[in-house]
Design a protein around this ligand. Structure first.
Ligand code: UDP
Length: 327
């Protein structure tokens, strides 16, 4: 299949691009390199330095690409995704995550592209009252501009699907982490906020002790519980979802997680098994729910997708990536 990947130089996008190329697909990447790494784009993918929020720039890419052969699927990763930043810059988040998507959809309609795989997030669920695994039909009540912009984007895709007959796979990621097997790709940021890279970096002496945001939550060890999913497992799900769109010509909305929760202390313990990981307990971070775990049974039933890599693989791959990349 021919796939156009927006945000293909980013963390999850670059893993998916590499897996698409390895599986023999024809891949073009659009990225503005605001946070992505050019060197993380597989050399066999065609690369366009362009911004999804600029209609003329993006339309040119679609025209060039459809000139040789039709695009079968757009995978849309390009987005802003930092919760804290979104609280400070809600307009920027709606501009990138909703307006950017609107322009991608308009280009798709002009170019006759019928299928989109969309990166969404568990942040659309907000702060659920119950601590049970979240299934796709649970209410979506986002509590920050990031989650809210992603929910608005999901809705826009659903409206355009109804009006223009495109098929979508909306994929709600839980806590993506880890690096690919070769450890050539991984999460790189000027300022880290996620637990796994922070704990690994603390173990490598690249950060001070990792902070535990509260240890008096209503959880067994008092720290927050999340569903950490390996980036390569996420990538596998994208390839399966794209194939599903092409063969079934039906839409999908799926959670992508492992259905296993790990506490902050358990993540730190997993890192500590590899290298001593210094930590300190500090106050709670605003807006953190106590527990977020996916009910991922639908992705298993519909796509036959089953995550293969556990927390130990996640932290080991992140550590190996950082040892290799020195980041
Ligand atoms: N967390 C923490 N210390 C950190 C970063 C995160 O204790 O330095 C906790 C955070 O409160 C949450 C979990 O680790 O319970 C995962 O946070 P992360 O930012 O990685 O992902 P989120 O679940 O917020 O998307």
């Amino acid at each position: 299949m021919k796939v156009l990947v927006t945000g293909g130089a980013g963390y999850i996008g670059s893993h998916v691009v590499a897996d698409l190329v390895k599986a023999g697909h024809d891949v073009a990447v659009v990225d503005n390199l605001s946070s992505g790494q050019r060197q993380h784009v597989h050399p066999s993918a065609r690369f366009y330095l362009a911004d999804t929020t600029r209609p003329i720039e993006l339309a040119k890419v679609f025209v060039t690409e459809t000139g040789s052969a039709p695009i079968d699927v757009v995978m849309h990763f390009a987005a802003k995704l930092d919760v804290e930043e979104s609280v400070r810059l809600p307009l920027a988040y709606y501009h990138n995550n909703v307006e950017g998507l609107r322009i991608v959809l308009a280009c798709m309609l002009d170019a006759g592209v019928k299928n989109i795989v969309f990166s969404s997030t568990a942040a659309v669920y907000g702060d659920p009252l119950a601590q049970e695994p979240l299934s796709e039909h649970m209410p979506t009540l986002p509590i920050n501009p990031y989650g809210s912009s992603k929910r608005a984007a999901e809705q826009l895709i659903q409206w355009v699907s109804a009006s223009d007959g495109i098929n979508y796979a909306i994929l709600r990621y839980f806590n993506a982490a880890g690096a690919d097997e070769s450890c050539a790709l991984g999460l790189e940021k000027p300022h880290y906020t996620h637990l796994v890279p922070l704990a690994v970096r603390a173990a490598l002496g690249l950060e001070d002790a990792v902070k535990i945001f509260g240890d008096d939550w209503q959880t067994p060890d008092g720290t927050c519980i999340r569903d950490y999913i390996h980036v390569s497992d996420l990538s596998d799900a994208h390839l399966l979802a794209a194939q599903y769109l092409l063969t079934e010509q039906k839409s999908l909305l799926l959670n992508l997680g492992t259905a296993q929760g790990s506490s902050v202390k358990e993540v730190i313990a997993a890192v500590d098994k590899l290298r001593p990981c210094p930590y300190q307990v500090v106050g709670k971070r605003a807006g953190d729910p106590a527990v977020l775990i996916a009910d991922a049974s639908k992705a298993h039933e519909v796509l036959g997708w089953c995550p293969q890599r556990d927390l130990d693989v996640i932290v080991k791959s992140d550590l190996n990536y950082r040892l290799r990349a020195r980041t």
